[in-house]
Design a protein around this ligand. Structure first.
Ligand code: NAP
Length: 414
């Protein structure tokens, strides 16, 4: 007889789906600091519907989006799902990055079967929707949602529920935690740097990377190097700077040496505008010092947002692009529009990654050309704590992962 609940790492026979599972759960009444909002609970295992796959999660990646889910802001993901999707669950199981074993499949699933080792990517969309059928990049699809953030049953549970196309074969040489922690940051950075032609990184391109020692930044430095570009990283400590140099950055800038962060001063406040300009120019000169010539970044990889966007727009080269995927420091990104039009600059939003981009990143990892940079691999019960560290910007450099059903780090098979 099937046991109703298995302990973490106590694997049921392949294909046997227990009634219940352990999950890291957020509830509306606990919204707040991640360490308190995310608690281990026992919940029912979801059943895969048409085109869906149930994955036995071995490891999960820790990402910023579930800091937002814990806080309940800027989006209360639980209420949003109940209102717009008719969801009945009054809880959220996060986790937009994962790796595991296909355990059960719903009707019409063709390309994966129980026992397959897969990496699960974070974008979900309706493959039958007219826009997707007509060939739109799914990242522009009306139905696009982030699995384990906007949708439920992410990788922070013994079983995760995904759409079939989210399952990518796991290269045999990758550990569960490496495989399960890279796409949200690595493939997002890859899209930012390669998919916005003509501003795809080309040999010799200078690329400014904010948060170079973070998840996105660590991947971005490696991707720029792989394509023959020149990465310059911004950090907030010497230790983080050393990390970026080891990954291949040409040089680093410590943002704590500057004081002009945040929103632009009012245009009529001449002394404040002059002070801001002087600091931003001093920052730009640091880039020239690193390069040994007066050359500006053709691409700026943005994600801090409010604190840094004005500087990004100023230091970006004429005809260059600032490509942004987040707003860690705030959502009101000021732009002095004169820099935008007089110098023909481009401000490009970029979100997630499509399946081609995911597969290309997985290939780079399998070939040893892109490291996941996992420096912290915690246990299942530490998922809330990991998000708390992220929230307070006191997390280790690189990427973080948590073991779910995997019993120790470094494992590559069940
Ligand atoms: P992370 O590992 O925490 O790295 C972000 C880095 O940004 C930090 O290490 C920090 O480095 C730097 N930073 C923090 N606050 C800053 C500020 N006020 N000014 C300048 N730099 C600051 O996070 P991540 O995983 O790389 O994600 C970064 C952002 O991208 C998050 O907002 C996340 O939600 C977003 N994101 C979006 C997508 C998408 O698809 N849209 C995907 C992935 C991530 P220093 O302190 O050393 O400067």
């Amino acid at each position: 007889m099937t046991k109703p609940l298995y302990e973490l790492g106590e694997t049921p026979p392949l294909g046997v789906v227990p009634a219940q599972m352990y999950a890291t759960v957020i509830r509306r009444e606990r919204f707040g600091e991640p360490a308190k909002a995310m608690l281990t609970e026992v919940v029912d295992v979801p059943r895969p519907g048409r085109g869906e796959v149930l994955v036995y999660t071995m490891a999960a990646g820790i990402n910023y989006n579930n800091v937002w889910a814990s806080l309940g802001t800027p989006l209360d993901v639980i209420s949003m799902r109940q209102k717009t999707l008719g969801a009945t669950e009054a809880f959220h199981i996060g986790g937009s990055d994962g790796a595991g074993v296909v355990w059960a499949v719903g009707p019409d699933v063709r390309d994966v079967k129980p026992g397959d080792h897969v990496i699960t990517s974070g974008g979900q969309w309706d493959e039958t929707a007219p826009d997707v059928r007509l060939g739109v990049d799914p990242m522009f699809a009306k139905s696009l949602t982030a699995w384990g953030y906007e949708s439920n049953y992410g990788s922070f549970a013994q079983y995760a529920l995904v759409q079939e196309h989210q399952c990518h074969p796991k290269p045999a040489n990758l550990s569960w935690e490496d495989a399960g922690s890279m796409l949200v940051t690595g493939a997002t950075a890859y899209r930012q740097l390669t998919s916005w032609a003509p501003h795809d990184v080309r040999p010799g391109d200078v690329v400014l990377i904010w948060g170079g020692s973070g998840g996105l930044g660590s991947a971005a430095i490696q991707i720029v190097k792989n394509r023959g570009g020149i990465p310059i990283a911004v950090v907030s400590s010497e230790e983080r700077g050393r990390w970026c140099l080891e990954l291949g950055a040409k040089g680093v800038i410590n943002r704590n040496e500057f004081h002009h962060w945040g929103r632009l001063p009012d245009i009529d406040d001449v002394p404040a505008v002059e002070a801001w300009n002087a600091e931003a120019r001093r920052f730009g000169k640091k880039i020239w010092e690193i390069l040994g010539e007066r050359r500006s970044p053709r691409i700026v990889l943005e994600h801090p947002g409010e604190d840094t966007l004005p500087t990004s727009m100023m230091v970006c080269d004429t005809g260059g692009m600032v490509v942004i995927c987040g707003g860690t420091s705030g959502y009101n990104g000021d732009i002095d529009l004169r820099y935008l039009w007089m110098r023909s600059k481009r401000l490009q939003g970029s979100h997630g990654s499509n399946d081609r981009e995911n597969r290309e990143v997985i290939q780079l990892m399998a070939d040893g050309r892109l490291s996941s940079c996992v420096t912290w691999c915690g246990t299942f019960d530490q998922i809330g704590e990991a998000h708390q560290m992220l929230h307070e910007n006191r997390h280790p450099m690189g990427n973080m992962a948590a073991l779910v059903n995997a019993v120790s780090p470094g494992l590559t098979t069940l």
